[in-house]
Design a protein around this ligand. Structure first.
Ligand code: GCU
Length: 340
C-alpha cells in the first residue's frame, strides 16, 4: 500500500514537473532537491542545513524544497530530471553518475580505498575533486560537494563468510556495470535495480541479498528481510550533490558563493552525524531486527577483485590518473598502520 501511495505521489509530482521547469511561490524561486534516503538519514539532515543556509541569506529570493525517499524518481531518473532543469539538485551515489560521465566509475572499483582515512582525505580535497566535479557541464549538471556514504558490505538471507558462499545467490547492485562485474567475480549473479526496489525483491526471494552501508538495514528496513550482514568492505562509494548547470550559472557571483557555502556546511553536518547514525543502525539491526553481523577475512574477497580492477583501467583509461592518486593516499595510511 505504501509503495502504491508513493508511486501515485511520484506520478503526480512527475506531472507537475512535466508541466515545465522552474516554479515560483510568493515571488520566490522554488529550488527542488531530490534524494533517495529517508528523513532520518544524515544526508537529509545535511540538506536541511543546505536549506537553512540558503534561506537565511537569500530567503527573499529562494525557497528550498527537499523531496526524500525517491519521491521524484530513482537516482537515475532524478539525474535526468536535473539535466533538463525540472529538478535543481539531486543527491545520488556516484555509481549513478558514471553512466553520464565515465570518470566517476573510479569509485565503483572494488577495494579501491584501503582505509576510511584515505577515502576521506581524497574526497575532502576540494581542489583535487573540482576538476572532476566540473567535468559534466556539457551534460547539464555539475557536482557541488560529496556526502559520506560509508563502507559497503554484503547482506543476505543466506550467510556469507567466504566468496564460495556467494555461489548461487543473486545480489542486487547499483545500476553500474563495474558493480555487476564485481559481484560476478565473486561467483554470484548480479541484479542491477534501483535502491527503492530492493526491499521487495529480497522479501519475495527474487534476489537473496544486496550490498550497502548499515543504514540500509534500518532506514530502508532491509534488515527485516535479510538477516546476515558480512563486513566484506568491498567499496566506499560517495554520494554527491549535483545541480543543474544552467540554474547555477544563472546565479550572481555572491549567490553562487552562498550556494557553495551551503553545500560545504551540508557536508560537514552530514559527516558529523555519520558515525553516530551507523552505531545506532548497528544496534537496532542487531537487537531489534535480529541481524547477525559477521566479521570475515576480506583477503579472499579482495583477491577475486584484482582482475576486475585491472580490467576497469584497461577499459576506461580516463580513471587511471585518479587510481594512481588514490594509491598514493592509501599508502600513507597503510604504512602508518604497519608502523603501529
Ligand atoms: C547508499 C547511497 C545511495 C545509493 C544507495 C544504493 O544508500 O547512499 O546514494 O543510492 O546506497 O545502493 O542505491
Amino acid at each position: 500500500m505504501r509503495m502504491k501511495q508513493l508511486a501515485a505521489c511520484a506520478l503526480s509530482f512527475g506531472m507537475v514537473l512535466s508541466l515545465g521547469g522552474c516554479s515560483y511561490t510568493g515571488g520566490k524561486r522554488i529550488v527542488r532537491i531530490s534524494h533517495a534516503q529517508s528523513e532520518e538519514h544524515p544526508e537529509h539532515q545535511g540538506l536541511l542545513k543546505f536549506k537553512e543556509v540558503i534561506e537565511s541569506k537569500l530567503g527573499d529570493k529562494y525557497e528550498v524544497q527537499i523531496f526524500p525517499n525517491e519521491l521524484l524518481g530513482s537516482a537515475q531518473k532524478a539525474i535526468e530530471l536535473c539535466q533538463t532543469g525540472a529538478i535543481d539538485f539531486v543527491v545520488a551515489g556516484t555509481a549513478n553518475v558514471e553512466t553520464f560521465e565515465g570518470d566517476y566509475e573510479i569509485f565503483s572499483m572494488p577495494y579501491l580505498f584501503t582505509s576510511r582515512e584515505a577515502y576521506h582525505e581524497v574526497m575532502s580535497d576540494v581542489d583535487y575533486m573540482s576538476k572532476l566535479y566540473n567535468s559534466t557541464d556539457q551534460s547539464g549538471f555539475r557536482v557541488l560537494t560529496w556526502f559520506d556514504a560509508g563502507v559497503r558490505n554484503f547482506y543476505s538471507t543466506k550467510k556469507i563468510e567466504t566468496p564460495e558462499d556467494m555461489k548461487g545467490q543473486k545480489i542486487r547492485v547499483q545500476q553500474s556495470p563495474a558493480s555487476v562485474t564485481m559481484v560476478q567475480a565473486l561467483g554470484a549473479a548480479a541484479s542491477p535495480m534501483s535502491f527503492g526496489e530492493t526491499y521487495t525483491a529480497i522479501q519475495s526471494n527474487v534476489i537473496q541479498g544486496a550490498e550497502n552501508n548499515e543504514l540500509a538495514l534500518t532506514n530502508n528496513k532491509h534488515g527485516e528481510v535479510a538477516k546476515y550482514y558480512t563486513y566484506t568492505q568491498h567499496q566506499m562509494i560517495p554520494d554527491v550533490l549535483l545541480g543543474n548547470t544552467k540554474f547555477l550559472q544563472s546565479l550572481s557571483d555572491d549567490e553562487y558563493a552562498i550556494f557553495m557555502e551551503a553545500a560545504h556546511d551540508a557536508t560537514e553536518l552530514e559527516m558529523s552525524e555519520w558515525d553516530k547514525a551507523i552505531e545506532e543502525a548497528y544496534n537496532y539491526a542487531k537487537d531489534v531486527q535480529g541481524v547477525e553481523f559477521i566479521t570475515v577475512d576480506i583477503e579472499p574477497f579482495r583477491q577475486k577483485e584484482l582482475s576486475v580492477q585491472e580490467d576497469m583501467i584497461e577499459r576506461n583509461p580516463g580513471i587511471e590518473e585518479m587510481y594512481e592518486h588514490i594509491q598514493e593516499v592509501n599508502k600513507k595510511y597503510d604504512s602508518a598502520k604497519e608502523g603501529d
